[in-house]
Write a protein that binds this ligand. Structure first.
Ligand code: CO
Length: 134
């Protein structure tokens, strides 16, 4: 059911400092910051030949990334995102197996302008999983 690894997301306290690590130290190209108030984050994307890295900085009150950074003050891997061909079919199949879909269970528009859903980390080996419509 799952397809390509779309991205790995890393939570950071300071997006500008994290961007410099990727540009100056690792020699990568980093996109301009994109505020996503609906998701409580500002994101940048690092395009790699085979996938992307998404850096997430908390934005606004009650950001889920702020909570994550309380537990992991140095930052860390926040979620992995897999592509699926049909996000509604994928959701229904997962729910039928007992997996928990976060929020209302309805897809929201993610950072790439495509529908996304998040799955409960406790059902996926302690890893928050994002599904994105391919
Ligand atoms: Co993501």
């Amino acid at each position: 059911m799952i397809g390509r690894l779309n991205h790995v997301a890393i939570a950071v306290r300071d997006l500008a400092a994290a961007t410099r690590i990727y540009t100056d130290t690792l020699g990568a190209k980093v996109s301009a910051p994109l505020p996503q108030p609906e998701h409580g984050v500002t994101v940048v994307f690092i395009e790699l030949p085979n996938t992307k890295i998404e850096l997430l900085e908390p934005l606004g009150e009650g950001s889920p990334v702020a909570k994550f950074l309380e537990k992991s003050p140095d930052g860390g891997i926040h979620h992995v995102c897999y592509e699926v061909d049909d996000i509604i079919a994928a959701r229904d199949r997962l729910k039928a197996t007992g997996a928990r879909v976060l929020g209302t269970g309805e897809p929201r528009i993610g950072a790439h302008g495509k529908p996304v859903l998040f799955l409960h980390p406790k059902d996926f080996n302690g890893t928050l999983v994002e599904l994105e419509q391919a």
